[in-house]
Design a protein around this ligand. Sequence first.
Ligand SMILES: Cc1cc2nc3c(=O)[nH]c(=O)nc-3n(C[C@H](O)[C@H](O)[C@H](O)COP(=O)(O)OP(=O)(O)OC[C@H]3O[C@@H](n4cnc5c(N)ncnc54)[C@H](O)[C@@H]3O)c2cc1C
Length: 413
Amino acid sequence: MKEKIIIIGAGVSGLVAAINLEKAGFNSVILDQSDRVGGRVKTDYREGYQFDHGFQVLLTQYPAAKKYLNYNLLDLVEFDPGSCIFYHQKKYYIGDPSRKLSLLFPTLLAKIGNVADKLKILKLSKALKKKSFDDIFLAPETTTLVYLKEKGFSDEVIKKFFKPFFTGIFLESELTTSSRKFEFVYKMFAEGSAAIPKKGIQAIPNQLAAQLKNTELEFNTSVEHIKANELVLTNGKTLAFDYCIIAAEAWPIIANLKNQESAWKSVENLYFKVKEKVIKKPLIGLIADEAALVNNIHYQPIKKSDNYLLSVSVIKQHNLSKDELINRVEEDLAIYCDIKVDSFVKYFKIKKALPVMHTVNYMMPPSETQLKDRIFLAGDQLSNGSLNAAMLNGESAARAVIAKIKNGFINVN
Ligand SMILES: Cc1cc2nc3c(=O)[nH]c(=O)nc-3n(C[C@H](O)[C@H](O)[C@H](O)COP(=O)(O)OP(=O)(O)OC[C@H]3O[C@@H](n4cnc5c(N)ncnc54)[C@H](O)[C@@H]3O)c2cc1C
């Protein structure tokens, strides 16, 4: 087909858009300002170690991930359905005993909330498993904190479990994130696993890119702005297009969106070599002490010589320099988790990790991805910050473009 379709952004959303265009017989060109595919899903490989840029997991029940990814080839390493909570120098294991029986007694005995809280956690899992995505995303929205209080959870279980757990997912510590997002994530955790590909999170976009046969990828190519049917690159070149999908932030490159600058949540991710594992099971560690700067920790599953690689996430804001932060994190690990680090290895600050969204939806229907006659939007930030939404919105934008080319109008929902 002769239409010139350009996709801006080789993140998960742009890649899924291109996959759908190819399936319908259309070849596109993907431009990305960075040097590789993946966008916010990145891993660096150094000295036999893998460094994901920020701790992120694939929730295996994501419908879009099941559709676009081959989990066997990704060689997923799954976490157990629970967490190891550090509180006041003690360690508690809690989790879903219906999925991992060995978590039954530790969960019942853990001094994390009362028995009623633990029963409510199980009841909520059961209720959300039955709830459809429509039921979740059409429900009135409140904050996660208000939602948990309305469900009758005690302040103690909110403080020791829900806050540290969802701070790591929402990248904000006040649980102001929409209750819809909470229900969606909780449902996904209840129904499936949290996993990371053995070769790091970058294996996800790599696998999507490998599905493209007739799509051109141009890296280190930054779009400065879009005028009519032409892209202006930062190197001064112009590229004409018939259709354009913006699978990236649109406001910096579209003149009349300039006042719609998006806000972002950030995270800092530090890696340390350690000799011992204080969490023996494949669980995410949460630090529930409010004075701690560290939110969560996990070990990479592979041991190299006599070292494990420990990944640490810091979500709270602070005024420390990088060196001061490293010292403070080492102190936190020693005080709260009894971890003595061998050496510091790597630091990432991801300034634009998740979009701040006051209202969230499951996905954009194709008809709502159209910004202008021939310009369409994709990306997670249209719906909710997740791999699932990024994939679904890439698919929606592609379906809208295909319908427009074939019928002259968008008749798909
Ligand atoms: C630290 C962290 C933790 C996360 N945790 C999870 C998690 O556990 N589970 C989950 O489901 N999701 C998680 N996410 C969110 C998930 O990574 C995103 O939802 C998803 O990657 C968004 O994909 P995208 O394609 O919409 O956007 P992006 O990945 O942001 O892709 C946009 C692309 O566009 C390019 N671009 C931007 N502007 C231009 C321009 N002007 N010209 C050319 N190229 C441009 C960028 O370089 C980028 O490659 C996390 C994200 C981060 C960063």
